[in-house]
Ligand binder design. Structure first.
Ligand SMILES: [Fe+2]
Length: 298
């Protein structure tokens, strides 16, 4: 089966929201959104490429918005609607989708995103566990796909994430069920490309606990975002097989050259054996989305 992964869309809304909101931490996000370059047209190009050759499943690992405004969420969800069927879509929130307390208390992200997933807002709970059939290879089986929520409102000038004991316990249960493959989606990477945690003010504070469970329970891939430059890091599981932590970077970061910004990932998974990763990205010289690289994750 083919699993596509996009991340960190940072869709800007029609306005910066009520001016009173700018008295909160939101002004940092508003400034960030103005100075960082995440063109909506680039998101459309990437989504068009997905529509042209729809994957079996699409994963979006957070930061749909800049400051969790209704207008940003509505615009991001409009763009994502219909790319794949609701049952073939997984979306987790990022820190920018839980920017300040009020929208988190109101479950604003869940209210906007649940209909895209074919769910009632109250049915979108974390972790979300999906089973996706995989065919091909000698022994057919299921992919267990676990979506985690690491997004918590944090103080000014910080962007760390947390999963909490309850979510980790339920993740453990979900991973214990038999499956041919296991993939975990989380916005905040448990480690960076060098195998070390991110800086304290922006790291996944439950990253070590998450990795320990993924290693012990036979997870193949941890797919994340948050860090806007893509990276991948290999760890060895106790059964000798690899666990790859792969960050898609920001799929809407303006492309400077083919493979530098404006990229997304497509994974080919069979019940067994190495996973193939195809990176696709916008070539700014032609305006087309092209293959950047194809690697076997061994
Ligand atoms: Fe983030």
């Amino acid at each position: 089966m083919e699993l596509a992964h996009v991340s960190d869309l940072h869709v800007r809304g029609p306005s910066l929201g009520p001016w009173t909101g700018l008295l909160s931490k939101r002004w940092i996000g508003a400034l960030n959104g103005l100075w960082r370059d995440h063109p909506l047209a680039l998101l459309e190009r990437i989504l068009d490429d997905l529509r042209r050759r729809p994957p079996d499943h699409l994963a979006v690992t957070g930061d749909l918005t800049n400051t969790t405004l209704e207008g940003e969420l509505a615009r991001a969800c409009r763009a994502l609607a219909g790319v794949v069927e609701p049952a073939r879509l997984s979306i987790v929130p990022g820190n920018h989708d839980a920017y300040v307390r009020a929208p988190v208390r109101a479950r604003r992200f869940e209210h906007h995103v649940a209909p895209l997933l074919g769910l009632a807002p109250e049915a979108l709970v974390w972790p979300r566990v999906q089973r996706v059939p995989i065919s091909g290879g000698a022994a057919d089986g299921d992919l267990a796909l676990v979506s985690l929520n690491s997004a918590v409102p944090t103080p000014w000038f910080t962007a760390y994430g947390r999963l909490g004991a309850e979510q980790l316990a339920r993740l453990d249960e979900a991973l214990a069920a038999p499956a041919a493959r296991r993939v975990v989606l989380v916005h905040h990477p448990p480690v960076q490309g060098d195998g070390r945690p991110d800086r304290p003010w922006r790291r996944n504070r439950d990253g070590a606990a998450l990795l320990a469970r993924c290693l012990a329970r036979g997870v193949d891939l941890v797919l994340c975002g948050h860090t806007h430059a893509p990276f991948r890091h290999r760890l060895a599981r106790p059964d000798g097989r690899p666990l790859w932590v792969v960050c898609a970077g920001s799929s809407t970061r303006r492309a400077r050259a083919l493979g530098r910004g404006g990229t997304y990932h497509r994974y080919w998974l069979e019940p067994d054996g190495p996973i193939r990763l195809d990176v696709r990205g916008l070539d700014p010289s032609t305006g087309r989305v092209e293959q950047v690289e194809s690697v076997a994750l061994t």
